[in-house]
Design a protein around this ligand. Structure first.
Ligand code: ASP
Ligand code: MG
Length: 467
């Protein structure tokens, strides 16, 4: 079970997750083992990230104010949640010790005004390192056996790509099982820091933002768990963004491949690689709301009951994008053109979200995040304009609309239905892409047309549950 920062940051919320653990330990006489993975309290990781500026300026006073604030927040949470005085005292001592270490490290970095990817990961780890003992002692406070561990203690070994480290699964599996299984046999609930691991040299690494999801699925796949729960404050994955479509609905069940198309842009963001470990080992992933237990949430799994009317699952709107079209006669019939264009963009760290090229090969259209547009234009102009490419045109203020659903594979007439529906709304389609997996069909419209397109498709495919 992974608990996100938004369900940990108040005593009343912590009480709820302790109740969840207690009830899952014993469901109708069936005993379950639980491993908890915790995020930092909400907002803490962002605050630590924002320290980099202060460190570079060597602003030790501002850093001290930050650390004092962290101390107050975490100690208050302990005092409000852990009622047993002895346990409360112990938890406080542990947390204060971690905060002292945090202060020393920040001071050291500020003294030399330097932050590297490695030291950034080191300081980012403190968010989770502070929340894990609090959850552990809260469990003990409710008479449950619990111990807390960092990702490193529990055996998550990664490469040294600080900030976006990837687990070395073979080593990790050996270590994690050796560590966790005996604990479970003793009835202990291990509370593990999400988001962090260690590289082979023992340096702390982080798995990327929202990495606690990933920690949970890595551990689940190592110990071959029956299921993974991601507890947060949303009911599940939705058929559309409720700010666009009023009657958007929570999906009960969805496949891993469909979910992978949705989690980056929907109301519930999940780490992009978090689905991988559980998908490979076929472990269902459940998205649940800790504050709305009567809601069953969304289950992500391989086995989807297929009914005739559920072939489309969700209509997604991706905002804040721009379209870039590059072309020129020189591109026709010359192998390697696309490689050169994409390589130029990649070297400048421009991420491309969508691509389309017609068979005449005279132009390539790409959609990217608007924030990357400046970099993209500058790098293409500098390197390729006037040579390989003759023109470069930009359309800002566009949105991508994606229709997701594994069931549309091989079904005729879906594209016809989609484009007829948006045409009725007088929406002009600027660019289209569909992968041959037929898992999704994406098209680009002017931003001002986006809501109308999403609404009409949501209705067309009966996603409001009325059909
Ligand atoms: N605390 C980290 C973040 O905010 C990891 C997580 O919450 O999953 O990105
Ligand atoms: Mg988070």
């Amino acid at each position: 079970m992974k608990f996100g920062g938004s369900v940990l940051d108040e005593s009343s919320k912590l009480d709820k997750i302790i109740k969840i653990c207690t009830s899952f330990k014993n469901i109708d006489g069936v005993k379950n083992d639980i491993v908890c993975v915790v995020s930092a309290l909400s907002g803490v990781t962002d605050k630590i990230l924002s320290l980099t500026g202060l460190i570079m300026k060597g602003n030790r006073d501002a850093i001290k104010i930050f650390v004092d604030d962290m101390r107050i927040v975490h100690v208050n949470l302990i005092e409000e949640t852990i009622t047993d005085k002895a346990l409360q005292l112990e938890a406080k001592e542990i947390v204060l010790g971690i905060i002292d270490e945090f202060q020393d490290i920040l001071d050291g970095l500020a003294l030399i005004s330097e932050i590297t990817p490695r030291s950034l990961d080191h300081i980012l780890s403190f968010g989770e390192r502070l929340s894990a003992p609090i959850v552990c002692y809260s469990l003990r406070n409710s008479n449950l056996k619990s111990e807390y561990y960092t990702g490193k203690d529990i055996g998550i070994v990664t490469d040294s790509n600080f900030g976006e480290a990837r687990p070395l699964m073979n080593t990790t599996k050996l270590r994690v099982t050796a560590k966790i299984l005996p604990l479970l046999q003793q009835g202990v609930i291990p509370v593990v820091t999400g988001f962090i691991g260690t590289d082979q040299h023992g340096h702390i690494t982080t798995l990327g933002r929202s990495g606690s999801d990933y920690t949970a699925t890595i551990i689940a796949s190592c110990i071959n768990a029956n299921e993974v729960y991601l507890w947060s404050d949303v009911d599940g994955l939705l058929t559309a963004d409720p700010s666009i479509v009023e009657n958007a609905r929570v999906l009960d069940e969805i496949s891993f491949t469909e979910a992978a198309e949705m989690v980056l842009f929907g109301a519930k963001y999940i780490h992009p690689r978090a689905l991988e470990p559980v998908m490979d080992s076929n472990i269902p992933l459940k998205i649940r709301n800790a504050f709305n237990l009567s809601h069953p949430g969304t289950t992500i799994t391989h086995d989807i009951k297929k009914t005739s009317d559920n072939y489309i699952k969700s209509i997604i709107a991706i905002r804040n994008t721009a379209l870039l079209d590059v072309g020129g006669g020189g591109m026709v019939g010359s192998p390697g053109t696309a490689a050169i264009i994409f390589d130029t963009l990649a070297k400048n760290k421009v991420n491309i979200m969508m691509i389309s090229q017609g068979p005449s090969e005279s132009s390539i259209s790409m959609v990217l995040n608007k924030d990357d547009l400046g970099k993209a234009i500058a790098s293409l102009e500098l390197k390729l304009l006037g040579k390989l490419i003759k023109h470069l045109s930009v359309l800002e203020d566009v949105s991508i609309v994606t229709v997701v659903g594994l069931g549309m594979r091989g079904i005729k007439g879906i594209a016809g239905k989609i484009f007829t529906s948006v045409a009725k709304e007088n929406v002009n389609v600027i660019m289209i892409a569909q992968g041959s997996s037929e898992l999704n069909l994406a098209f680009v419209v002017k931003d001002e047309d986006c809501d109308r397109a999403v609404k009409s498709l949501h209705n067309e495919f009966g996603l409001d549950g009325m059909k």
